[in-house]
Write a protein that binds this ligand. Structure first.
Ligand code: NAP
Length: 408
């Protein structure tokens, strides 16, 4: 019998409790204690009252508890509890992307030196088994990129803009009313959630922790319905992507809107679905698609990790991590870009055109409603960012997104 402690009984924790209680995972598991903030709170999923505690020591100091499932969320106190559990030789399964993105190397070291296991499948892509797949792929492959739609809320918003021809703000409001987007949507729409997930995948793929400050991050708050329609008229979908790309001796990580051709798989992953594409030198390009969040899908990934702990082999043994460096991203690749720039009167139009004339494809430029829409020639990524920064500084409303052709 494996006794374990469950830290968190919200969406994911209650789902884990239901799967374990159903016996689907086997009869050898016993949830001995459940840590919550407020044990007296009414709950949608019921569990015997004596299981609940608000004292983490009831789990961490119980020698019968050999495994701790951490599904609370946020950096603290979860980071401290995970460290304490592993230091005491207790295995840990967590869904916490924030803790893993920042401390995966340290926590794996503590686990390995204390004969414990740390698994975190549900921290990226909810129910999609991407971490275990990537840890398998890196055994034989040199990974050149990991690219994904890793946030269901923003994919849902972009899908609705495209299908219903409504504005971003309008759809965000509806998603908030449906409980699908947070009241403070920043983690989703500004890219923080995706940044942590792509940092975890990139660290595993390239063998190096990712310094958050090195991730180029641009959210989708300023996207217009006009951008979605213009992109579609050029034959593309706009998707919000996280991407880690090997570049020379290092790698770049970014979270940005990108244009993807209509006939690519990644461009056709819609609604709240997630997709992750990995590219290895032997295996080529592989896609993993599924539900990136939600009670059952995420809890399934957590319980699968619990089963891995029982097998007593380190299934993450291929993950080797060098510390993050803060050299800064280079972004010297070349891409074509979609660019939308506002102008105000003839002088402003000709001035804007002067600034960008060497970049644009003449047959792909459109003018509408005091805005210029265009597709550029292949441009160095850093130069494009610099140019768009200058245009924005001169008071123009600017939206740009690279055209991503290297996906499935
Ligand atoms: N929801 C998803 O679909 C999903 C998908 C992938 C990954 N995740 C990750 O899974 C984790 C849990 O997410 P969730 O959606 O289940 O969160 P949630 O619904 O907000 O539940 C959080 C649970 O943790 C407890 N808790 C929070 N802080 C605590 C503290 N300081 N001390 C004791 N208990 C505390 C809460 O107690 P009370 O009930 O008393 O408030 C609650 O039971 C997060 O790391 C999240 O990023 C979630």
């Amino acid at each position: 019998m494996m006794n374990f402690g469950l830290m968190g009984f919200g969406t994911v924790g209650s789902g884990v409790y239901e799967i374990i209680s159903s016996g689907k995972a086997g009869k050898d598991y016993n949830i001995k204690k459940i840590l919550v903030r407020d044990p007296s709170k009414p709950r949608k999923v019921s569990a015997p009252g004596e299981l609940f505690t608000k004292d983490a020591a009831d789990i961490l100091e119980d020698e019968d508890i050999k495994l701790v499932i951490c599904v609370m969320g946020g950096m603290e106190p979860e980071y401290t509890y995970i460290k304490q559990a592993l230091s005491l030789g207790k295995s840990v399964v967590t869904a916490n992307k924030e803790v893993i993105a920042a401390h995966m190397d340290e926590l794996l070291d503590i686990a390995r030196s204390n004969g414990a296991y740390l698994y975190f499948e549900a921290s990226v892509g909810g129910g999609i088994p991407i971490i275990s797949s990537l840890t398998d792929l890196i055994k034989l492959n040199t990974i050149s990129q990991v690219t994904g739609i890793l946030n269901g809320t923003t994919n849902f918003i972009l899908t609705k803009i495209s299908r219903e021809h409504r504005d971003f703000a309008d759809i965000l409001k509806e998603a908030q009313e449906m409980g699908f987007a947070e009241a403070d949507p920043s983690a989703d729409v500004d890219g923080y959630d995706m940044m942590r997930k792509i940092s975890i995948l990139s660290a595993i793929a390239f063998g190096n922790m990712v310094d958050e400050s090195n991730v180029i991050m641009r959210g989708i708050r300023n996207i217009l319905l006009d951008d979605v329609l213009a992109a579609e008229s050029y034959g593309y979908k706009i998707k919000f992507l996280g991407q880690g790309v090997r570049s020379g001796e290092g790698f770049n990580v970014c979270v940005e809107p990108a244009l993807i051709k209509n006939d690519f798989v990644v461009g056709n992953v819609n609604e709240e679905y997630n997709v992750i594409m990995a590219q290895g030198d032997l295996i080529g390009k592989l896609c993993f698609m599924g539900k990136g969040a939600g009670k059952n899908a995420t809890a399934e990934a957590v319980v699968s990790d619990v089963i891995k702990v029982m097998s007593k082999t380190d299934e993450y043994s291929s993950i080797k991590l060098k510390p993050a460096n803060s050299e800064g991203a280079r972004f010297e690749e070349m891409h074509e870009y979609y660019l939308r720039v506002s102008f105000n009167g003839y002088y402003s139009l000709s001035n804007t055109l002067d600034k960008i004339s060497s970049l644009i494809k003449r047959n792909k430029i459109r003018v509408y409603n005091n805005m210029l829409f265009m597709i550029t020639e292949a441009v160095n990524d850093s130069l494009m960012r610099e140019l768009c920064g200058q245009l924005a500084e001169s008071g123009r409303d600017v939206f740009f997104a690279r055209i991503e052709n290297n996906v499935l």
